[in-house]
Design a protein around this ligand. Structure first.
Ligand SMILES: Nc1ncnc2c1ncn2[C@@H]1O[C@H](COP(=O)(O)OP(=O)(O)OP(=O)(O)O)[C@@H](O)[C@H]1O
Ligand SMILES: [Mg+2]
Length: 251
């Protein structure tokens, strides 16, 4: 096996994610995780959340990670996106092994290229919906008018045309979630990590959110990883995995 070979076993459930020939420098992949482990140690207790995660995410695809509450989905997304470090294992983003980068190099690589839709939204309370959505465009070299147009279009597409000037505490939870989604998709990142993106909305709004995430992969060639413990129309995904007892299994 070559040094950078991706040590996964072939699997019948999907045609790429478990192939043995994927390497961390494979140009088809936006992200690879190999042998990722993570244990939390708090107040004398140890929780081994991730026990050896192998995952390869091809460009322009939507991958869903399901699993019961507390199985480590948020932990995995945080590590995959470089917000947290694994105890062992390797993460490569666009062919760059993250462990070989300094914190600053890693931040520069991820800036504008990895977008998070956080489970708790992380909106800025003192900014309106449109200002929060525009925050996603901060790294884009376009005029202020163009930023406003892009953010307005995205919010309108998510049913929020009448809420542009509302502050987060004037929005419902589902509306806040949609602002967070608009903020992330506006920048057209190469990789979107979406933590329970349909967790707080009705079925119809959820379907619209999924349509937007799909469009991001189909029209812009971005990749999306969705983590969810709730219902998600799994048929829309290119690959589905279940996280249980610290390992990922294809569904
Ligand atoms: N910073 C932390 N310190 C200690 N334990 C943690 C920490 N973050 C998460 N955990 C624990 O790790 C486990 C996995 O948490 P995580 O948030 O990744 O689960 P999850 O699958 O996203 O759950 P949910 O579906 O409810 O969002 C849980 O048992 C949680 O209590
Ligand atoms: Mg979670």
């Amino acid at each position: 096996m070559r040094e950078d070979c991706f040590p996964l076993k072939p699997c019948g459930g999907c045609d790429y994610a478990m192939k043995t020939d994927v390497t961390i420098t494979d140009e088809r992949m936006v992200l690879t995780c190999t042998g990722v482990t993570k244990t939390y140690r708090t107040r004398g207790k140890q929780i081994s959340v991730l026990r050896g995660i192998d995952l390869a995410i091809p460009k322009g695809t939507l991958t869903v990670i399901t699993g019961n509450s507390g199985t480590g989905k948020t932990t995995l997304l945080s590590i995959a996106g470089g917000l947290d470090r694994p105890d062992t294992g390797r993460i490569a983003f666009m062919g760059n092994p993250m462990e070989s980068l300094t914190a600053r190099e890693s931040a520069l690589l991820r800036r504008g290229r990895i977008g998070f839709i956080f489970q708790n939204f992380n909106l800025i309370d003192s900014w309106t919906a449109i200002e929060n959505a525009e925050a996603g465009l901060i790294h884009l070299r376009v005029t202020a008018d163009e930023k406003r147009r892009l953010a307005t279009d995205l919010l309108a597409g998510l049913g929020l045309a009448g809420r542009l000037d509302s502050f987060p505490d004037e929005l419902s939870v589902g509306e806040e979630q949609r602002v967070a989604i608009a903020r992330t998709l506006a920048a057209r990142p190469s990789l979107v990590l979406a933590d329970e993106p349909t967790g707080s909305v009705d079925d119809e709004t959820g379907a619209e959110i999924i349509r937007r995430l799909m469009a991001h992969t189909r029209e812009h060639g971005g990749s999306v990883i969705v983590a969810t413990h709730g219902p998600f129309p799994l048929g829309t995904a290119d690959a589905v995995f279940r996280l249980a007892e610290g390992v990922l299994l294809p569904l």
